[in-house]
Design a protein around this ligand. Structure first.
Ligand code: SF4
Ligand code: SF4
Length: 403
């Protein structure tokens, strides 16, 4: 191996106590010890401790493709960190480990490599091979956005290309609140979160430089995004390109501010038949942001509680710092799609147990992932000759319906 394994102290600090095992969504669905946080930590420790004696005895403690896949079989939900007995900073540890593997020529999985290349390609500037012009085709004829504005809305790739209803709703909300805003339109580039989570860090600085340049050209003082992955990546830009002139907010912080400052008023009740709502805390918006400084837990709840007709917002049994991943995190889909659907099914089942009629989240990836789970549940019910109804909404969808 070339570079030294990172975070060696953590490898030796691990007590193998197993506290992290039962809460790991990957372990829960697979039952494989080698996929638990402690299993992966143990393997890395064995690699780091490989001695001359191992060589002499012909013991093979090597990285294999199978092991690389195991390290990527993780949603990066970081619930393991909130429970770890010796406080291993898993929100950095897993990314460092993946980066180390990639730098040494192992991985990432093929789909992650393809996404990296697509982001680099000027025809796309996004992981999904979508043409750049598609970013603003949903709204450019309906909104005459200025070349410069105080607020720049950064929807992110998932919202721009697939969850564009969330994008349209956010534009509606900001217009209604008379916010001076614009977007980067087709000049937006992927925030680079995928690069960080898949160990492909080498061009992150380039991405940061490009996006900061575009944001500053628009005169941004505040950059707003509804994607927790973009939020974390945008906040990391200053580490790579120096301090910029803008603050970065999540849409829930922005909407919460608009309500508090009286810029946004509601005029319509939320549909009775879609109540009650259960709120799902996205891992990156809540727990991981808290581990990095400040988690966003209360803003979305305050917003939902201020919607006319909403009397109660339900919580999942495990919420806030203990929230369970929806299955859509960490690029797991690129490694084991079926596993993600099993994790998601649990989220939907818990919603059913709570007798919720709508699952609301504050992340386009969660919305997309939970929607897959709901569709699968509909098919399951249909096969039994029954009907299943459950809405999945982003918080911007809920707010836009009530203004
Ligand atoms: S980050 Fe989540 S999925 Fe990954 S090892 Fe930790 S608990 Fe398991
Ligand atoms: S909780 Fe922490 S110390 Fe215990 S096995 Fe898991 S990683 Fe190791």
């Amino acid at each position: 191996m070339g570079n030294k394994i990172p975070n060696i102290k953590d490898l030796y600090a691990c007590l193998q106590c197993g506290y992290c095992r039962s809460i790991c969504p990957v372990y829960r669905e697979t039952g494989w010890e080698s996929l638990t946080p402690r299993g992966k930590v143990y393997w890395l420790k064995q690699l780091s401790a490989k001695s001359l004696l191992d060589k002499l005895l012909g013991r093979k403690i090597e990285i294999t493709d199978e092991w690389m896949q195991k390290l990527f079989t993780c949603t990066l939900c970081c619930r393991c960190e909130s429970l770890c007995h010796v406080d291993i900073k898993f929100h950095e540890f897993w990314e460092d480990a993946r980066k180390w593997l990639v730098e040494n020529g192992y991985g990432p999985p093929t789909a992650a490599k393809d996404m990296y290349e697509n982001i680099k390609n000027p025809e796309f500037k996004n992981p999904f091979m979508e043409p750049t012009a598609k970013r603003d085709e949903w709204y450019k004829d309906d909104y005459d956005l200025p070349a410069k504005a105080e607020v720049v809305f950064f929807p992110g790739c998932m919202t721009s290309f697939y969850e564009y209803q969330v994008l349209l709703n956010m534009l509606k909300i900001m217009s209604k609140a008379k916010i001076d805003f614009t977007t980067l339109g087709s000049d937006e580039m992927c925030c680079g979160a995928i690069n960080l989570m898949t160990g492909q860090f080498d061009n992150f600085k380039e991405i940061a430089t490009y996006n900061v340049g575009q944001l500053e050209k628009r005169g941004a003082r505040t950059v707003v995004t509804g994607c927790p992955g973009c939020l974390r990546a945008l906040k990391k830009y200053s580490k790579y390109v120096g301090k910029s002139n803008f603050e970065v907010l999540h849409t829930t912080q922005m909407i919460d501010r608009m309500i508090t400052e009286g810029q946004l008023e509601f005029s319509k009740d939320f549909k009775k038949k879609s109540l009650p709502i259960v709120y799902h805390d996205p891992c990156e918006l809540g727990r991981i942001s808290e581990l990095e400084g400040k988690g966003i837990f209360e803003e979305p709840r305050r917003i939902l509680n201020s919607i006319p007709g909403v009397e109660e917002v339900l919580d999942y049994p495990n919420n806030r710092m203990n929230s369970e991943c929806c299955g859509g995190g960490g690029g797991l889909k690129a490694v084991d799609y079926e596993l993600t659907t099993k994790i998601t099914a649990r989220k939907v089942d818990e919603g059913i147990e709570l007798e919720a009629n709508t699952i609301v989240s504050s992340c386009p990836n969660c919305k997309a992932q939970i929607s897959i789970g709901v569709e699968a549940k509909k098919d399951e019910y249909k096969a039994k000759g029954e009907k299943f109804k459950m809405k999945v909404m982003d918080i911007a969808d809920v707010v836009a319906k009530s203004i």
